[in-house]
Design a protein around this ligand. Structure first.
Ligand code: C2E
Ligand code: MG
Ligand code: MG
Ligand code: MG
Length: 277
């Protein structure tokens, strides 16, 4: 849990939480209602092309806009959604919402790929590839504009995972390994799996300035990724010094509060229209 907790984000939300979460059961019944009443919202965090400084793409990050408690972060409810199976309709909503967003941005003359986080249950759902294909063609979205983020821990059944990933590649979407370096994984997967991006977990990035080990690990992940023809994304880029160091390390794409927090739609469009490299 420690490695995956976005400390800053959790603190940020706690201020906005009038009542402390009262346990899984309460979240679960609330979540069912949330699915029925469509209480979710996506925020989008810009990703920056390190070399040019231009915007590379966006990551869609879900929030639960609860009428009772305000904005609830995904780390609170995604595990419950996963446990109860509600992640399937929620995940489907996310993909549709992103498809619509890509079209909306296109009408504004903005063409950017959007990354979508998949959870393990969603990844192994029987007809994932078909469902994604249907949603994308319904909304007339080029699969190349979608990057699906999975984690190392999703390779629990490596043989099945490989089949799913190959089908997704055939469909034409891109694949990223999220939180890279924090899960149990075999380097063998990197060789076998048809992936496009590695996202270096923010727990490594946050200390690269002070911690020689984290700096060496980050540097090595970038070298390894490039050898395997992958693009490297750094998560949790919070300072100018992070940017400078990651530039020297040839990290391809940067994402973090230094550039922007995840933004609701209106703020995002304002950001995209006014951003200067
Ligand atoms: P993630 O995919 O690794 O997303 C990155 C998290 O780091 C986001 O937290 C983001 O707000 C936060 N972050 C970005 N830049 C910085 C920074 O510079 N400093 C710090 N301290 N944090 C930063 P968020 O939005 O709370 O999401 C947490 C996790 O919830 C995500 O981690 C992802 O695993 C999961 N998640 C989010 N949206 C979805 C979704 O639609 N479906 C599923 N299955 N999971 C989701
Ligand atoms: Mg994370
Ligand atoms: Mg992610
Ligand atoms: Mg991550």
């Amino acid at each position: 849990f420690a490695k995956n907790t976005e400390r800053g984000t959790v603190q940020f939300y706690q201020e906005n939480l009038p009542v402390q979460m009262k346990g899984i059961l309460e979240i679960e019944s609330g979540l069912r209602r949330a699915v029925e009443h469509n209480e979710f919202v996506l925020h989008y965090q810009p990703q920056i092309n390190t070399k040019s400084g231009s915007i590379y793409g966006l990551e869609a990050l879900i929030r639960w806009n609860s009428p009772k408690r305000g904005l609830i972060p995904p780390n609170v409810f995604i595990p419950v959604a996963e446990e109860t199976g509600l992640i399937i309709p929620i995940g489907e909503w996310v993909i549709k919402e992103v498809a619509q967003m890509i079209q909306k941005l296109k009408k504004l003359g903005i063409i950017l790929p959007i990354s979508i986080n998949l959870s393990i249950r969603q990844f192994y759902q029987r007809n994932l590839v078909e469902r994604i294909k249907t949603i994308l063609s319904t909304h007339d979205v080029d699969p190349k504009m979608i990057i699906l983020e999975i984690t190392e821990s999703m390779a629990t059944d490596a043989a099945t995972a490989l089949v799913i990933l190959k089908d997704l590649k055939t469909l034409g979407v891109k694949i990223a390994i999220d939180d890279f370096g924090t899960g149990y994984s075999s380097l063998n997967y990197l060789k076998q799996f048809p992936i496009d991006y590695l996202k270096i977990d923010q727990s490594f990035i946050s200390d690269i300035l002070d911690d020689q080990d984290d700096r060496d690990i980050t540097d090595s992940i970038i070298l390894l990724g490039h050898r395997l023809n992958l693009d490297l994304v750094a998560e949790g880029v919070e300072t100018k010094a992070h940017v400078e160091l990651l530039k020297i390390m040839h990290c391809d794409i940067l994402q973090g509060y230094y550039f922007s927090k995840p933004l609701p739609e209106d703020a995002l469009i304002h950001f995209l229209n006014t951003y200067q490299p």
